[in-house]
Design a protein around this ligand. Structure first.
Ligand code: NDP
Ligand code: ZN
Length: 353
């Protein structure tokens, strides 16, 4: 089969590989739609995970079941399925401890385009199929389902980590597709004011639709100073970090009220240290928490997040700005993600209906 792969750091291209082998608990899926992620860019062009050779990229997609293992109970060949970017081993001790994303090791629930071939192949392999696949509802298009693989669950996980409550003032640092889903999630959770950091006009327009109330630009002075001006010196209750780099945390701590929480879902692709300002962190006593997490994955979560789309409370179509047709267009979609033109939020490739 063909796949679009990381050939080495800084290099990507088409390769030929054997179709993946289906174990007793697994499924093999043929994609219906695929979407590239900013993480694929960090992986190939920053070498953020280290070197990988001939590893098929991609972790956002949905498809049709082509094969199931002998122990798979709920799915059969021909079922249309959603799959999350993170596909944990649900019987692991880490999953039992409540951290499926770290099953068998830190971040090891992230298998696609990390420890094994990703979804940008003519077929892809899903471990623990009964726990990691979910039926694709008729009312959700394959393109929308791609947004449920990673953008919705990751953006929403940032909101969970920041523990957003009714009436909170929330700062969302970065409003690419992940941050936009954090805006939508904070809004659904009852935030009153949602201050967004990001400059691309397409993202700002979408953010307004998802509930943003204020915008600031990281290009126009320190973020914390701008937050303090907007909040008349009060700061924010919660922060979701979905953009920026290792240097972003200083401003986040400064902008946060004592007792506030920072939920980070940003993939820090480079730099060695995150700096925490001592005084604004209450000299270590400010009850300002920072939690960084990879999204959990799993069938139940996919079903629940899809139900928000089905009932009309979440419209993921605002994320999709560029559409392609045909498997071979995966390359163009990924390159577009790398170049990030100003009008881009998320590209998606439709393979079949
Ligand atoms: P984008 O690159 O599309 O968006 C990044 C956002 O951050 C933009 O709004 C950008 O603003 C803004 N930004 C850039 N520089 C700064 C800065 N110095 N300070 C504040 N904001 C800044 O990324 P995505 O939304 O696709 O992804 C966000 C992050 O989440 C990525 O690092 C990605 O790898 C990661 N990720 C993490 C996952 C997880 O499970 N934890 C899963 C999926 C993705 P502008 O409008 O000016 O461009
Ligand atoms: Zn992703």
């Amino acid at each position: 089969m063909k796949g679009f792969a990381m050939l080495g750091i800084g290099k990507a291209g088409w390769i030929e590989k054997e179709r993946p082998v289906c174990g007793p608990l697994d499924a093999i899926v043929k994609p219906l739609a695929l979407s590239p992620c900013t993480s694929d860019i960090h992986t190939v062009w920053e070498g953020a995970l280290g070197d990988r050779h001939n590893m098929i990229l991609g972790h956002e997609g949905c498809g049709v079941v082509a094969e199931v293992g002998s122990l798979v109970k709920d799915f059969k060949v021909g079922d249309r399925v959603m799959v999350a970017a993170i596909t944990p081993d649900w019987s692991s001790l880490e999953a039992q401890a409540g951290y499926p994303m770290h099953s068998t090791g830190m971040l090891a629930g992230w298998k696609f385009s990390n420890f094994k071939d990703g979804v940008f192949g003519e077929y892809f392999h899903v471990n623990d199929a009964d726990a990691n696949l979910a039926f694709l509802p008729d009312s959700i298009s394959p393109e929308e389902a791609c947004m449920l693989s990673d953008m919705v669950p990751t953006g929403f996980h940032g909101v969970e980590l920041a523990d957003v409550q009714f009436g909170d003032t929330v700062l969302v640092n970065g409003i690419g597709p992940v941050g936009l889903m954090s805006v939508a999630g904070a809004n659904l959770r009852g935030a009153s004011r949602i201050i967004c950091v990001g400059t691309r006009p397409a993202c700002r327009e979408a953010a307004k639709k998802y509930g943003a109330t204020d915008f600031i630009s990281y290009k126009e002075g320190p973020i914390d100073q701008q937050v303090m001006e907007l909040t008349k010196g009060a700061g924010v209750d919660k922060v979701v970090v979905a953009g920026g780099g290792v240097e972003s945390f200083e401003a986040m701590i400064k902008a946060l009220k004592p007792g506030g929480k920072i939920g980070n879902v940003n993939y820090l692709g480079s730099g060695d240290f995150v700096t925490i300002p001592r005084v604004e962190w209450g000299c270590g006593m400010g009850h300002k928490q920072i939690v960084g997490g990879l999204m959990p994955g799993g069938r139940l979560r996919l079903q629940k997040l899809a139900s928000l789309v089905e009932c009309g409370k979440l419209n993921v179509k605002h994320l999709i700005t560029h559409r392609f047709e045909g498997f071979e267009k995966v390359e163009d979609a990924l390159m577009l993600m790398k170049d990030k033109p100003a009008d881009l939020i998320k590209p998606v490739v439709k393979i079949s209906d």
